[in-house]
Structures are given as structure tokens and as C-alpha cells.
Design a protein around this ligand. Sequence first.
Ligand code: MG
Length: 255
Amino acid sequence: MIPVKSAAELEKMRAACQVAAGALKAGGDAVRPGATTADVDKAVYDYIVAHGGVPNFKGYGGFPGSACVSVGDTVIHGIPSKTQVIREGDIVSIDTGAIVDGFHGDNAYTFACGQVSDEAKRLILTTREALFRGIAAAQAGGRVGDISYAVQSYVEAEGFSVVRDFVGHGVGRELHEAPEVPNFGRAGRGPRLAPGMTLAIEPMINEKGHKVHVLGDGWTVKTTDGGLSAHFEHTVAITKDGPEILTEWQVDPWK
Ligand code: MG
């Protein structure tokens, strides 16, 4: 059963998503050479609480941070640490969300710290474009597989690979709701999309192979071959007039 939100509930979603988007920008602003991933997490936390939200990642399944901060070959779920220093040339994925008035927003973005390699830059741009192609495919009357196919076909044509083991999801009263939104699959398959559904669409894209593994801390997901990974996510509402990005931002990844 995929939850459908009323107009009033979508208003609450918008409020939560705006706090999530601002928190993501605050985290990105904290990405600089010499900063720790804990510094990024603190910037995110401070923004959320200052804007009336509750950090929904903090304590989720025991996760200690308000943001996942994933550097280099870490795909997702990087645990913020006071000893992990961000360096010039790193790519840093930040994933964060907030609860406002009982509803969740969720979003992610990969930032470049200073000058990054041409391949890292291409990976970031491809992942961001994949997100927007996935969003464009999120049309009422279509299927979840339309999103999946839009992401996968574009990414693989660019020579990168799509993570299989983790997927996007519905979001609303819960951080993770039905349906699952894979970044791979066939158009015309999967649950049908209807106005009022709210989805976290989030391509996780690897420079090399798609395989990933979880470290012994139970959270950190890394590429198995050591290639770089990027991650972009928006919370999107399906409307009769097309997809509406609730976590809309205007952030320059190169700062
Ligand atoms: Mg998500």
C-alpha cells in the first residue's frame, strides 16, 4: 500500500523538505579542506534545530549522526567522525533529512572539495543528471520502473554503474515508506504512480563496478573495487501536472 498525501499533508511535506534542503546546503558549506565529517554533521544538525525541525537520521536504527557523510569510495551511510578529515580533491556525499509537523523530508548531494579529478567531476554531473532524468519520468499514470529505467539507461550509457543493493523509497509520515524505487529496471513495470505519492528518488552511482559492501561498523557502504561513488536525492511529489521537487535547492557543487 503506497500512502497518498492530501493537499494539506503535502503542505507539511513541503515545510519538512525545505528544512531538509537548507540543512543539506549548510552541510555543503561546511565541506572544506581540513574540516572533519563531524563538522559537516554539526552544521547540518544546527541548521535543522534552528529551523524548527527534528533530525530524522539521528537515532534511526541507532545511527549517531544527523547526516550521512560519505567520502570518496564510500557510497552511503558514512558515519560522521571527528577523526575523518576532508581533503582537497575529495568528493563528499551528504544525505540528510528533517521532520517538521510529523512529516519527513529527505535529500542528498555530492559536493566537490576544491579541485577534483575530471572523472570525479563527470561522475558527479552524471549522477545529478540521472536524478533529474528519474524525476522527469515520475509521472502520474506511469510506473516506478519508468524512473528506474530513466536512471539506469542514462548512467550506463555514460559508462558508470548503478548500485543495486540500496534503492530509493516512499517518504512521508515515515522516513522510509512503500514503494521501493530502484535505480535500475524496466520501464512500464512496478507500482503505478498516482497524484499525492511522495518519493525519495536517489541514484547511487559508481565510477567502476556496481558492487558494494558494508563495513564492520554496520553502516558504512563502500564500493568493493575502490572506485568513487556519488549520490543525489530529492523528495518528489507526484502531481497531476507532473513531478514537483519538494527539496528544491540552488546549490553549486563546485562552490
Ligand atoms: Mg533516502
